[in-house]
Design a protein around this ligand. Structure first.
Ligand code: MG
Length: 393
């Protein structure tokens, strides 16, 4: 029997998650039809993807003069080759209001993911969500809208995807347990961490990811952001969300039911698995699975309590999450600007936390912000953070 293909668009197709999603789709080509691919500035890759996957639309965001000049990539995109070229945030809006889509994978990084996600929700399109900022910046609004329009938000991040897979009856779940690999500084001294080079911070022991998220994993801010996302996705109080360090990254997260039963989701650390789960949900296919899971090969699983004195970012995230409103917007914006400054060699790794904390301490929180207020706070904090960073140079 021939089944109907699932129609999908990918926002952020040239990024780490987007590329892996296309690998999954290639393997399951009879299951998917790609409506649109949206990439950032990597036009060459976007062009290659368009040639291979033949979407109806492609959307790029490269305003640089180099792209304005005739290049083979641009010429071929312009010639159309069966797909229509869209540009920038208007293009993303157009993609996300196209009701042909059954699901949209939001895999771009940064706040650019927020508005298209809301547009897709308003159009009743399910979301596979990999973009962190969407929930960290506007979790209340996004989840309320999803409920209102009856839209599924299926998390792609391995931890939330694990919890999504474990939950059968959410009312009976007492606690969420989020695992953290601990990153490259887990058993290093605070001094080592303070003086870490960009190279050391980017050497993540388990996951191969984009630079921003890899630095966030080294400071554990990534876990902080995930706690906030989990709070919104599953509607749990922060006191009911626990973090445990698990260096092997085999247990991707777990839940505890009211009766004390713990259900965990395990798997080899490959992002293909959660991506595939999210875009094929509620179905499951063999897909891209490369290796069968073996407990005896893994041999041991370790767990330990996170050192919140060393990784103060997690503590800060709990605090800002509990305050709510624009507190998490502020933390996210300050952290991101500080991470960029670290990657540019302007500050030390440990300064990221200090800078973020200072911005949070000085921020006057708006309790129930509108989307416009959220973007205004984001802009203001980024500016303020950049000015403050100058003091470190
Ligand atoms: Mg994660």
């Amino acid at each position: 029997m021939k089944t109907k293909k699932r129609k999908i668009s990918i926002i952020g197709s040239t990024g780490s998650i987007g590329r892996q999603a296309l690998e999954v789709i290639e393997k399951l080509e009879d299951k998917f039809e790609i409506i649109a691919l949206a990439g950032g500035n990597n036009v060459e890759l976007l062009k290659k993807q368009a040639e291979k996957f033949k979407p109806k639309y492609i959307c790029h965001n490269n305003p640089s003069p180099a792209f304005q000049a005739p290049s083979p990539a641009r010429r071929s995109i312009r010639r159309g080759k069966g797909h229509k070229l869209l540009y920038g945030s208007e293009g993303l809006e157009q993609i996300c209001s196209n009701k042909e889509n059954d699901i949209i994978l939001v895999a771009c990084s940064g706040k650019i993911g927020l508005k298209p996600t809301l547009t897709a929700i308003k159009n009743g399109i399910d979301i596979a969500l990999a973009n962190k900022e969407t929930l960290v910046m506007a979790g209340d609004i996004v989840m309320n809208e999803a409920k209102k329009y009856g839209v599924n938000i299926i998390p792609v991040d391995s931890e939330h995807c694990a919890i999504h897979q474990c939950i059968k009856d959410i009312k009976l779940v007492d606690k969420l347990i989020i695992t953290a690999s601990g990153g490259p500084f887990l058993h290093k001294s605070v001094e080592d961490m303070k003086n870490a080079t960009v190279e050391q911070a980017l050497a993540h022991p388990r996951w191969n990811m984009g630079k921003k998220i890899t630095v966030d994993s080294a400071t554990l801010m990534n876990k902080g952001l995930e706690i906030i996302e989990a709070h919104h996705l599953f509607g749990f109080d922060y006191d009911k969300i626990e973090v445990v360090v698990h260096p092997q990254s085999i247990v991707h997260s777990a839940i505890e039911y009211v009766d004390g039963s713990v259900i965990a989701q395990l798997g080899l650390p490959s992002m293909h698995i959660p991506i595939q789960y999210a875009i094929t949900y509620p179905e499951r296919f063999e897909g891209i699975k490369s290796k069968s899971f073996s407990f005896s090969e893994i041999a041991r699983l370790d767990f330990e309590k996170p050192d919140f004195e060393k990784f103060q970012t997690v503590k800060l995230a709990y605090e800002m999450g509990k305050i709510g409103g624009t507190a998490t917007v502020c933390m996210n914006a300050a952290n991101e600007e500080a991470v960029f400054a670290f990657l540019d060699g302007k500050i030390k790794l440990y300064n990221i936390y200090e800078i973020t904390k200072k911005m949070c301490d000085e921020h006057t929180v708006i309790k129930n912000p509108s989307i416009d207020e959220i973007f205004a706070v984001d802009k203001e904090i980024r500016q303020k953070t950049k000015e403050y960073i100058l003091k470190f140079i």
